[in-house]
Design a protein around this ligand. Structure first.
Ligand code: GTP
Ligand code: SPV
Ligand code: MN
Length: 588
């Protein structure tokens, strides 16, 4: 049954059905009843495996194709009319050419299958921040995952009304052929097309495709920002809650920081942390001249490996019901799941992420390094009371960070907004399993948006500079690095909950409560101002990881200069100047 009279939507659904030729079309109304039917159907085909109802109520295991386990950046395209609008960091093809290519691949791709029509909202339905989309898909996994990650169903169609203002998304698993896999964005048509994949980041179109790539282009036009950022509320012993956003590249610690549990010494004094978002932030200028943030998502698509009762108990708790696990170990003894880093007791009778009998003593990994959980946000014990807020939360600090074994210090503060934009623009990080390709290679990932910026990165930096000029009370901008290693390759900073020790200094700086020392990079804490109560870290270690190695940084400047060169005229002059200034300070 069609759930709307909206002619724009009906016409488009008809056209896409004529192209993909499904056997039938099912509109998703958002009811638990309909979702339960779909889960049952997916269990029949093996697409979902029902897990132990007592230990993991409402939870399922899903396995993606073995060649389809991460985002495919080399097959992700931004098809604006002009190549220069996509810029040097995006793959580009002429839209007409790309449509032609895709129409051939989508032709008949849903034959014998059902096309599901999923109306979804990014943001609280009816709020000023909210944007709507419709995803057409031939995958039940996508439907039930979108039901966790976004707000779906009839209420979204009601909110769209007769409007043509929604993002079109077409997805088909087709044959899961990696050679014909394409994740394509047409920002000028508000259209996304994804084919031949079933992996979350490629197919849950509300997430990276809409809420970052398309939304970043909308934000530029409409004076707001769509960022790859967590949103965390930190409550101090006085009961004040201050909010930070953090942009770290994929698999570099956003979910962990967003859900952090304060160290015991902090908890005793009354510190608490509240999760607003763990991956994406939409930011708008408030009437007070501050930046306000909402999380447009409704769930967490989190990295499973490394998530444990010790590292991230809140994330683990969030996965205890109504969660879908993808590509983790199946414990056959009690029909539960496991992954590396959960605990030290891998199951003896188990199947690995590929569904093969797995011997945990043979040295092979049981879970894929990019295996994930899809958990409802409401499950998280520390979900912020502001999670459903229509106006969002005011941001005091923006924190950039990445994985750098050397170079980047534990923390430093930028001199002002524009210098902070420079600090974000020069971010670099070791690649992770979140995308296909080599892992552990340092690459530039400005603002953690390299894979997600829907337009020319040079224009994007200019947009950041312009936004700063419009904010009478902008957040302060910082850079952190939890991943500095010693000569043996061990992390020098304990990370996880102990990161609050750094965040405390950051927030203290925002409210004029903490001192700093000026370095070539910006402002750094006095080592003794990082609270080490109750943690096994010496002041010498802190001094070491706060250090600025001038030689390394002069090398870094060369790398930045080369990186910047590809943007030509699009590189904002202010950023070129910041680079010259940094180099001059280092040479002095
Ligand atoms: P995406 O969902 O891909 O965007 O990743 P994310 O940025 O949310 O990363 P996440 O918090 O899931 O962490 C990814 C990996 O980094 C996990 O293996 C964590 O255990 C590890 N990690 C997170 N925080 C820290 C930290 O403070 N120190 C160290 N050493 N590792 C960390
Ligand atoms: C990331 O890679 O940054 C993720 C997972 O958050 S995905 O949805 O696959 O992009
Ligand atoms: Mn992410």
């Amino acid at each position: 049954m069609k759930l709307t009279d909206n002619v724009h939507i009906l016409k488009w659904v008809d056209e896409m059905a004529a192209l993909t030729k499904p056997e039938k079309i099912v509109w998703i109304d958002g009811s638990e009843e309909q979702l339960e039917q779909l889960r049952a159907e997916a269990m029949g085909t093996g697409e979902l495996i029902k897990l132990n109802e007592e230990k993991l109520p409402g939870c399922y295991l899903h396995r993606s194709d073995v060649n389809d386990v991460a985002r495919v950046e080399d097959r992700t395209f931004i098809c604006s009319k002009r190549q220069e609008d996509a810029g040097p960091t995006n793959n580009w093809m002429d839209p007409q050419e790309m449509y032609k290519k895709l129409y051939e691949i989508f032709d008949g791709s849903m034959k014998g299958r059902t096309m599901y029509v999923i109306p979804y909202s990014m943001g609280v339905v009816g709020s000023d921040f909210a944007k709507y989309g419709i995803e057409l898909t031939d995958s039940i996994y996508v439907v039930v995952s979108m039901a966790i990650m976004t707000r779906i169903g009839t209420k979204v169609l009601d909110a769209i009304g007769d409007n043509a203002d929604y993002i079109k998304g077409l997805h088909s698993k087709a044959q899961l052929d990696p050679e014909k896999r394409y994740i394509v964005h047409f920002p000028e048509d508000n259209t996304i097309m994804s084919v031949n994949s079933g992996y979350g980041g490629n197919v849950l179109l509300g997430k990276k495709c809409f809420a970052l790539r398309i939304a970043s282009t909308l934000g530029r036009k409409e004076d707001w920002m769509a960022e790859h950022m967590l949103i965390l509320g930190v409550e101090n012993p006085q009961g004040e809650i201050r909010y930070v956003c953090g942009a770290f590249p994929s698999a570099c610690g956003k979910t962990n920081l967003a859900m952090l549990i304060p160290p015991e010494a902090y908890r005793e004094k009354g510190w608490k942390c509240w999760t607003v978002g763990d991956d994406i932030a939409w930011l708008r200028i408030g009437p007070d001249g501050r930046l306000w943030a909402v999380n447009p998502e409704n769930g967490f698509f989190g990295v499973a490996p490394g998530t444990s009762a010790k590292s991230n108990p809140n994330a683990l708790a969030a996965t205890k019901k109504n969660t879908i696990f993808t590509n983790v170990v199946h414990n056959l003894d009690d029909n539960t799941v496991w992954w590396e880093g959960m605990d030290k007791n891998p199951p003896k009778n188990a199947e690995n992420w590929k569904g093969e009998k797995w011997d945990c003593t043979d040295g092979s990994k049981g879970a894929h390094p990019n295996s994930r959980f899809t958990a409802p946000a409401v499950n998280c014990p520390c979900i912020s009371p502001e999670f459903e807020s229509k106006t969002g939360v005011p941001i005091s600090a923006i924190i950039f960070g990445g994985r750098r074994a050397k170079t980047a210090p534990l923390v430093y503060q930028s001199r002002d907004w524009n210098h902070g934009v420079f600090v974000g623009s020069i971010m670099a990080s070791e690649t992770t399993a979140a995308a296909t390709g080599k892992v552990g290679v340092v690459r530039r990932d400005p603002m953690a948006m390299r894979p997600f910026c829907g337009y020319n990165m040079g224009d994007y930096w200019q947009h950041w500079l312009d936004m700063g000029a419009k904010l009478s009370n902008p957040p302060k901008i910082f850079n952190v690095n939890w991943f500095r290693t010693d000569d043996e390759g061990n992390f020098e900073w304990p990370g996880f909950g102990d990161n609050l020790r750094v965040v405390e200094w950051i927030l203290g700086r925002c409210f004029g409560e903490k001192d700093a020392v000026e370095t070539e990079l910006g402002y750094e804490p006095k080592p003794e101002d990082i609270n080490l109560e109750g943690v096994d870290v010496t002041l010498d270690t802190v001094k070491d990881i706060l250090g600025v190695d001038k030689e390394l940084w002069l090398e870094e400047c060369k790398g930045i200069r080369e990186y910047y060169a590809q943007f030509g005229d699009k590189l904002p002059k202010k950023l070129a100047q910041e680079l010259d200034d940094l180099e001059a300070r280092l040479k002095k």
